[in-house]
Design a protein around this ligand. Sequence first.
Ligand code: CO
Length: 298
Amino acid sequence: MANITRVASGEQLVSPRSVERIIHGQAVMDGAGVKINRVLTQPLQRRLDPFLMLDNFGSDEANDYIAGFPDHPHRGFETVTYMLTGRMRHRDSAGNEGLLENGGVQWMTAGRGVIHSEMPEQEAGLMEGFQLWLNLPAKDKMRKPWYKDFKADEIPAFTTPSGALVRVIAGASHGVAGAVQREVTEPVYIDVELPAGASFSQLLPAGHNAFLYTYRGEVSIGGKAVPARSMAILANTAGADGVQVEAAEASRFILIAGQPLNEPIAQYGPFVMNTQEEIFQAVNDFRAGLLGEEAQTA
Ligand code: CO
């Protein structure tokens, strides 16, 4: 893995954030019957603006994922799929196709509309990963669709002196720029692996809404435990400069932060716009077959 750099020292914090709340997520079914732990649910969209949803899928029972996500539309936001383990093929109405597997990331900007499918390419074994929905500012909701697949070794990664292994999907960490940068919401999305006894710090702008999700082991922030399969919402304390994470045992977590849009959120299933009128328009465009058509001629 030649893309892993070493950083000299940790990011020094003067005033780290505390944990505001621990969220355990909710078991839901989505797609054609895929079992998911929905960590960021609709009631948290305001609090965690610009993020709209975070799903954690993880099962070695084929029945939990095999039905996949057949053709469905999106408009008005971006989806970021991070596949830890497993193989998922995606196809969209613009004729794009790709295979997402073991450590890969797909970043998809639905903009004015795509229709795509996300289907497992395995009939047994472990399938584990995340899908995050990142809102688009009003001015970009009807932009041209875009997507990019990143293989595991295309995600910048580094190690710290205390032994943390950090993969930078978006934004930056310890001076290492991530695979994707976005203006306006300036998202930070990192995956951190900590050995027992290690700690990790990350600078974050005080205005960013931020949360951490532990998916292996257990970490703690300011003495507050964040057990496996739970999310810590980090307090937006004035003047706070980042987050400090300790791991008594070997642990893995994702840390996500972004600048809130502070715009109205109107959601109807896979459409996220600013007003009800725009939602009606999205549904009408979808029924009229315009979402895929537009993508094809884009
Ligand atoms: Co989708």
